[in-house]
Structure formats: structure tokens, C-alpha cells
Design a protein around this ligand. Structure first.
Ligand SMILES: NC(=O)c1ccc[n+]([C@@H]2O[C@H](COP(=O)([O-])OP(=O)(O)OC[C@H]3O[C@@H](n4cnc5c(N)ncnc54)[C@H](OP(=O)(O)O)[C@@H]3O)[C@@H](O)[C@H]2O)c1
Ligand SMILES: [Zn+2]
Length: 402
């Protein structure tokens, strides 16, 4: 991982080839664009965008920690940059301070998340910034944990350091939406992704589904996997599609591939059992098909037996493993169950301009038990984008209060 000390000219506007760029492909239309609140100068916002660009270099690798980037500016020049590469490693501010050395004295540091103020695996960054003698701290967003929110900022202010909070706040929040969800709800954020034809089918009546969408849309899905901690399918999808579920990027992060199967009557030679490329976890129920469990373990597949296999229990288990984001790439049966149990917060629906027909062809979401249209689950903050010839509808399910 490249987290080496950097001294660079301010080039915040330079494009990066990470997910954000892929997300900009196509035409975006939003149903509710909130008013943009502008905090800080143009230069402040540019520097914060640079922090986000740095933070994204660790996409998919930092859970249960957030993605954070930091930039130190002295006399108009960037003298140090850093990002948090993974849990257990130093925080972004520490890398930036190391790169800046004594040029941090009297400098301004930009950091996309409030500096920490507690002794965890590393000493608090607030103390490190005070010790380094920085003059000003510009913060993207306050720590989402209500128990510690504002603590780092208060500590810095009490030490006489000027602190500006909320620069590019919406973008900082967006980058760490899954982390924020994890902190607030003690569950990973669930993202349901599916690809369907214009007539609402995710496969033919014979179960064939390769491919519903174009190459461009599938590349977008590979990018999405790059940013997620786990991707889940059910037993039928393994039996019928034999998917890879990797990010298809040489050297890129792959999510943990998770199969939920109660019966465990799965093929012996599925692609998901090839664990050299990416790890696989099979979640099943206690006592299911012990011979097949042995075979999987010999192949390097992790098998975990839960007393009851449900989307809710799967999410509880994945939370305990430290995950922030879980991508549901299952068929309609499991998707309906995941939605009903509150395991889905965000929906990404790819719609291909083709018609396959078939009265029994599977659809993205199975039975939710609703009888009238008034019961429909409405998405919020909806965006539509055109990707290649396909359309992507993206939005959030309303979070049930807990
Ligand atoms: N176009 C797309 O985006 C897309 C994506 C995925 C799948 N598909 C298509 O969807 C079809 C499969 O649909 P599916 O709905 O059967 O999907 P699935 O993803 O295989 O989910 C159903 C399976 O999940 C397992 N499961 C474990 N716990 C469960 C629970 N609590 N509730 C429900 N299921 C649980 C069961 O496996 P066991 O039977 O092994 O116990 C069940 O058969 C295939 O034709 C596939 O091609 C399309
Ligand atoms: Zn810190």
C-alpha cells in the first residue's frame, strides 16, 4: 500500500481513477437535491476533496474503522499527506504529520473526520496535533459516535488551536455512510443490488441470467464490490449461476464472499470454493450436511453454523466480525427476507432495456406479504443514472427507528 510520505503541490482538482470517477459516468438525475451548504473557502473545499481522494485509496480495507484522509498545508503548499490504510495501523493524521515533519508547526491540517481523542490501539490524534504545534485544524465531519462526538474538536480548541468544522461535510458523510450506519445501528449497512430486464425479470424461467446488463454496468458492480466488506448470495444462486463475486481488479480488494444455505446441497466444484482469489464463508444451520462441510473446509472455505439462519442473524454475525458494508447480490427469495428483516438500507437496481418475458421468471424481490400499493416501500434520496445502455436507480429504504 502506498502510504509513503508525500510532498506535493496542491492538485486537488486532478482526477482519480477510483470509484468516485466510475460513479460519475453517465447522466445523473436526483429526485431531491438538498441545498448545498458551503463551509470554508474554495481552497478549503479543494483540500478536503484531496483528503477524500486519499481516503479512498483504502476503499474496502479499513473496517471496522472509517476511511480517512489528511493533508497538511504550510504557506500554500502541501507538506504532508496521509490516509488510514487499515484497522490497527496509524490514523491518517499520523501519516500526514510524519510526512510534514517540523513543517507541521504553524500549519493547517485538513482531515475528513474529526481527530480522535481517546486512547485506542493508537494514542489520540488530538494530542499528536497539539504536540506538533499545528495552528489550524479543518474538519470534514464530526465523529458519528454520539458518545465521543465533538471530543476531539473540544480538546483542540482548549489547546488554543483554531478549528473549522463541516467543510465538504456531505461528501465526507457519503464516503463513510456504511461506517456511520455501523456506529449508529450496531449493524453493517446492507446494500441490495440486482440487475433486471425492463419487464422486471432477474433471470429467464429456466434460471439463466448471464447477462442481464451490459459490460459497463457490470464493471460498475465490480467497483461496488471493491468498496464492500462482504457480498452475500443464497444457495440457489450458487447452484444456478456459479458466480465469481470478485472485484475483477488485479491486486484490488475483494469482499468476503458469503453463501447462505440451510440445506447445504451445493455443487462440489463451484467457483466460490476457489479461495486463492478471494475468501469464502458459508453460513449454514447447526448440523447441516456434515460431509459437505468437511469438503468445504478442506478446500479452504470457512463454514459457520448458526442456530437459525436468517438475514438478521447473518448481519449480527457480520457486525461482530467488524464489517461496515454488506452487499446483497442474492435472488428474490433471500432479498425479500433480507428487506423484511431490516437487513437492507440501500437499493441499487440496474435496469436493462430488454424484455425476456416468462410468467414464472424470477423477479428481484419475492413475497413481502403486502396486498395494497399503499404498503409499498418507498425509496428516499433517489438518483437515476444511465450507465452504457442500462439505467441505475439508487436510493435508501427508510430506516426503522430502533
Ligand atoms: N439478475 C440478478 O441480479 C440476480 C442476482 C442473483 C440471483 N439471480 C437469479 O435468482 C435466482 C435465484 O433466486 P433465489 O431467490 O432462489 O436466490 P438465492 O440467492 O439463492 O436465495 C435463496 C436461497 O438462500 C438460502 N437461504 C438461506 N437462508 C435463507 C432464508 N432465511 N430465507 C431465504 N433463503 C435462505 C436457501 O439456500 P438453500 O436452498 O441452499 O438452503 C435458498 O434457497 C437464480 O435464477 C439466479 O440466476 C439473479
Ligand atoms: Zn486518530
Amino acid at each position: 500500500m502506498d502510504n509513503s510520505p508525500v510532498v506535493a503541490q496542491a492538485d486537488a482538482s486532478s482526477p482519480n481513477d477510483t470509484q468516485e470517477n466510475a460513479l460519475l459516468v453517465g447522466t445523473a438525475v436526483s429526485s431531491d437535491s438538498p441545498k448545498k451548504v458551503r463551509v470554508g473557502s474554495d481552497n478549503d473545499r479543494q483540500m478536503m476533496q484531496r483528503c477524500l481522494e486519499l481516503a479512498r485509496r483504502a476503499l474496502g480495507r479499513t473496517s471496522p474503522n472509517p476511511l480517512v484522509g489528511a493533508v497538511i498545508v504550510k504557506d500554500g503548499e502541501i507538506v504532508g499527506e496521509g490516509f488510514h490504510p487499515r484497522a490497527g495501523e496509524p490514523h491518517a493524521e499520523v501519516f500526514a504529520l510524519r510526512a510534514a515533519g517540523n513543517r507541521a508547526h504553524g500549519a493547517t491540517i485538513y482531515v475528513s473526520l474529526e481527530p480522535c481523542n481517546h486512547y485506542g490501539r493508537t494514542p489520540p490524534c488530538s494530542e499528536a496535533l497539539i504536540d506538533a504545534g499545528v495552528a489550524k485544524v479543518v474538519v470534514g465531519m464530526v465523529d458519528p459516535n454520539p458518545l465521543v462526538a465533538g471530543g476531539g474538536i473540544d480538546r483542540l480548541r482548549r489547546a488554543g488551536i483554531e478549528v473549522l468544522v463541516g467543510v465538504e461535510e456531505a461528501a465526507c458523510h457519503q464516503l463513510n455512510e456504511a461506517f456511520v450506519h455501523r456506529i449508529l445501528y450496531k449493524r453493517p449497512m446492507g446494500i441490495l443490488k440486482y440487475a433486471m430486464t425492463l419487464d422486471g425479470k432477474i433471470a429467464t424461467s429456466f434460471g439463466h441470467s448471464a447477462w442481464v446488463t451490459s459490460q459497463e454496468a457490470r464493471s460498475e458492480v465490480h467497483q461496488l464490490r471493491l468498496s464492500c466488506d462482504a457480498v452475500i448470495v443464497g444457495g440457489n444462486t450458487v447452484r444456478q449461476d456459479n458466480p465469481h463475486l470478485t472485484s475483477h481488479q488485479p491486486g484490488g480488494h475483494n469482499p468476503l464472499r458469503v453463501v447462505m444455505s440451510r440445506r447445504l446441497n451445493l455443487p462440489e466444484n463451484a467457483r466460490l470454493w476457489q479461495t486463492a482469489e478471494a475468501p469464502t464463508l458459508v453460513l449454514t444451520e447447526v448440523g447441516a450436511n456434515p460431509n459437505f462441510q468437511d469438503l468445504l473446509r478442506k478446500l479452504g472455505v470457512e463454514v459457520v453454523e448458526l442456530p437459525l439462519l436468517t438475514p438478521d442473524q447473518a448481519m449480527t454475525y457480520l457486525y461482530k466480525r467488524g464489517f461496515c458494508s454488506v452487499l446483497w447480490e442474492c435472488g428474490g427469495t433471500l432479498a425479500a427476507s433480507a428487506i423484511a428483516q431490516g437487513a437492507v438500507q440501500k437499493v441499487l437496481a440496474f435496469i436493462a432495456p430488454k424484455i425476456i418475458g416468462g410468467s414464472n421468471a424470477p423477479t428481484p424481490v419475492g413475497d413481502l406479504g403486502f396486498t395494497t400499493m399503499t404498503e409499498a416501500l418507498s425509496l428516499e434520496r433517489v438518483r437515476w443514472r444511465v450507465i452504457g445502455v442500462d439505467c441505475l436507480v439508487e436510493g435508501y429504504l427508510r430506516q426503522k427507528s430502533q
